[in-house]
Design a protein around this ligand. Structure first.
Ligand code: SF4
Length: 67
């Protein structure tokens, strides 16, 4: 996973928290399973299969509205 500055990290996390479509990528899913969790704890858009380098429509809408 790429190194993000704090503001970007917060943005990704905040949007993912609100998002109904969040679907963790395999790596994130495996990690949470390894910890015996059903949910990916620090979920962020960058660990979502829909993110597609910021091309997710929901992400783009939220990022424009909120940030
Ligand atoms: S990338 Fe898109 S679908 Fe995934 S959590 Fe973010 S806004 Fe939601």
């Amino acid at each position: 996973m790429i190194n993000l500055d704090k503001k970007t990290r917060e943005k990704y996390n905040a949007i993912a928290q609100e998002c109904q479509e969040y679907e963790p990528i395999a790596a994130a899913r495996n990690l949470s399973m390894a910890y015996g969790e059903d949910e990916v704890e620090d979920a962020g858009c960058d660990s979502c299969i829909h993110f597609n380098d910021g091309e997710c429509d929901i992400y783009k809408r939220e990022a424009e509205e909120t940030y």
